[in-house]
Design a protein around this ligand. Structure first.
Ligand SMILES: [Zn+2]
Length: 101
């Protein structure tokens, strides 16, 4: 079996739908919202720990969170997208302490 690589964008797509409150991510409706193919989607579900560690910061964010309510931005996420996933409205970036990578 080939090892599936998940890109940050793909993980962000999954995570942003999950955070919209889809408690059951195993439904095809949830998968369709992510626009991910089935293989990719299942890989993220099965190895969520691995991919979330790889792409998310310690505080559970990636690519920044909105400054209105601290939610994630809609896919594809900041800085390509400034729509807050909770408000569905334009939002700025919540300034966090600088992190030296
Ligand atoms: Zn908001």
């Amino acid at each position: 079996m080939k090892k599936i690589q998940i890109s940050e964008e793909e993980f962000a797509a999954y995570e942003s739908v999950r955070r919209l409150g889809h408690h059951n991510m195993f439904t095809s409706a949830a998968r369709e919202m992510t626009n991910l193919d089935k293989e990719t989607y299942i890989e993220i579900i099965e190895h969520y720990d691995i991919w979330s560690k790889k792409y998310m910061d310690d505080n559970g964010t990636f690519g920044g969170v909105s400054n209105c309510c601290g939610a994630l931005f809609m896919y594809p996420g900041w800085p390509d997208n400034d729509i807050c996933s909770r408000c569905k409205d334009h939002s700025g970036l919540h300034e966090e302490e600088d992190k030296n990578e």
